[in-house]
Design a protein around this ligand. Structure first.
Ligand code: MRU
Length: 345
C-alpha cells in the first residue's frame, strides 16, 4: 500500500505526497484549503483517476475549515470549483457527485454535522477504492502466469489511487503471492509518470522493471519480449472505449498487431455509464511548456506550434478484457459492463 494522501485528523487537513517531486524527493504537503487542493490536482501533485477523486472529496471537507457565513454555500462553491480542475478522469466527478448528494441530504444541518457527514463520505470513497484496488490486484493476477513479462504505460499504482493501484496492483502484489513477474515500463512522455513513479513503485517492492521510452514499445513486442500489456483508465465509456494517458491507443494498436493481450484495469467508479462512447469523452489539453520545456529545460523552438493532449481513447475492440473489482469483464462490453452497473442512488 502506497497511499498518496492522508486525512490528518488532529490538524484537520490533508497530508499529500507531491508526486511531481518523485522519484528524487518524497515531499509531503500540508493541504489546508480547497484552493490548495485544486492547485495540487491541476499541477498533478496528486494525479491518477481514483486519487484525484479521493483528493477532491477531502477538498470539499476543507471548505468547512475556516469560518464562513453560509457553510452550505461554501460547500456548493467548492464542489463547483474543484469540478473545473481536470476534465477527463471521471472519478473526480464521481466523487464530487457523492459529496454533493451528502450535502443536499443535510440542507438544514449545522456546520459541525455537515462537516462530519462529508468527512465520513470522503473516508468511504477512500476506503471503497482501497477494497477495489486489492480486488483489482487479485483479478489482474489471475490473468498472468509465473515468469511473464508485462508492459505498462503511465502510472496506475499505489499513489494514483488509495494505495493498491489498478493496472499496477497485480504487479505490486505478485512478490507476496510468490508469482514472479517482470515489467517493462513506458517512460510516458511528456510528464514521465512511467519513469518517475511506476519505476519507483516497482523497484520499491522488488519487481524487476525495465524502463523504455514510449517509442521502443513496438520494438520490444516485435522481439517477443512482452507477454501482455496492462494499463489503467481515466474514463471508460459505456461501450468499453477507454480514455487513458496519451500513448495508450498506440500501445493497443501495437499489441493487436503482435497478438499480445491488452488489458485495462479500473474500478467501476471509472466507468461512465452516462457516456455512450469514447468520442464523447472530453480530452484534457495541457500547457505547451510540458512539451517544449520538459522539466525546465527548453527542447523546442519558441515559435513552434504544440499540441499536447493528456489522454487518448482506445476503442473497445482493441481491449482484450477489462479488469474490475467484480472480476474480469470480456466483450461485449456494453452488455457486460451494464450488468455490473451499481443501482442509482
Ligand atoms: O495525467 P495523469 O498522470 O493523472 O494520468 C493518469 C493516467 O492516465 C492513469 O493511467 C489513469 O489515471 C489510471 S490511474 C489508476
Amino acid at each position: 500500500m502506497i497511499p498518496p494522501l492522508h486525512w490528518n485528523e488532529e490538524a484537520g487537513r490533508v497530508d499529500l505526497l507531491d508526486q511531481t517531486r518523485l522519484p528524487v524527493e518524497e515531499r509531503w504537503l500540508d493541504i489546508e484549503t480547497p484552493e490548495q487542493m485544486a492547485e495540487a490536482i491541476r499541477m498533478l501533485r496528486v494525479r491518477g483517476a481514483p486519487a484525484i477523486g479521493i483528493a477532491a472529496a477531502y477538498g470539499v471537507v476543507l471548505a468547512l475549515r475556516e469560518p464562513s457565513a453560509d457553510p452550505h454555500e461554501a460547500v456548493r462553491e467548492t464542489i463547483a470549483m474543484l469540478a473545473t480542475t481536470r476534465p477527463t478522469a471521471v472519478n473526480l466527478f464521481y466523487a464530487l457527485d457523492r459529496m454533493r448528494r451528502v450535502a443536499d441530504a443535510h440542507q438544514g444541518a449545522s456546520k459541525e454535522v455537515l462537516r462530519e457527514r462529508l468527512l465520513d463520505e470522503a473516508h468511504a470513497i477512500n476506503q471503497e477504492d482501497q477494497e477495489a484496488g486489492r480486488k483489482l490486484g487479485e483479478h489482474g493476477l489471475s490473468l498472468f502466469q509465473d515468469g511473464m513479462t508485462i508492459l505498462t504505460h503511465c502510472h496506475a499504482g499505489g499513489v494514483a489511487t488509495s494505495g493498491y493501484g489498478t493496472a499496477l496492483a497485480p504487479l505490486l502484489m505478485a512478490p507476496e503471492r510468490g508469482v514472479a513477474l517482470q515489467a517493462f515500463v513506458d517512460e510516458t512522455r511528456p510528464l514521465l509518470q512511467g519513469s518517475r513513479i511506476t519505476a519507483w513503485e516497482l523497484t520499491q517492492v522488488g519487481v524487476p522493471a525495465t524502463l523504455i521510452t514510449d517509442s521502443m514499445a513496438g520494438h520490444v513486442m516485435q522481439q517477443g519480449r512482452i507477454d501482455a500489456v496492462i494499463v489503467g483508465a481515466d474514463r471508460i465509456a459505456a461501450n468499453g472505449d477507454v480514455a487513458n494517458k496519451i500513448g495508450t491507443y498506440a500501445l493497443a494498436v501495437l499489441a493487436n498487431a503482435h497478438k499480445i493481450p491488452f488489458y485495462v484495469s479500473a474500478p467501476l467508479s471509472t466507468v461512465d455509464f452516462d457516456t455512450a462512447m469514447g468520442k464523447d469523452i472530453v480530452i484534457e489539453e495541457r500547457d505547451r511548456q510540458e512539451v517544449t520545456h520538459g522539466f525546465g529545460r527548453q527542447t523546442a523552438p519558441e515559435a513552434v506550434t504544440v499540441y499536447n493532449p493528456a489522454f487518448d481513447v482506445t476503442p473497445a475492440h482493441l481491449v482484450t478484457a477489462i479488469v474490475t473489482e467484480h472480476g474480469v469483464v470480456s466483450p461485449p462490453y456494453k452488455a457486460n459492463l451494464a450488468a455490473l452497473r451499481p443501482p442509482l442512488p
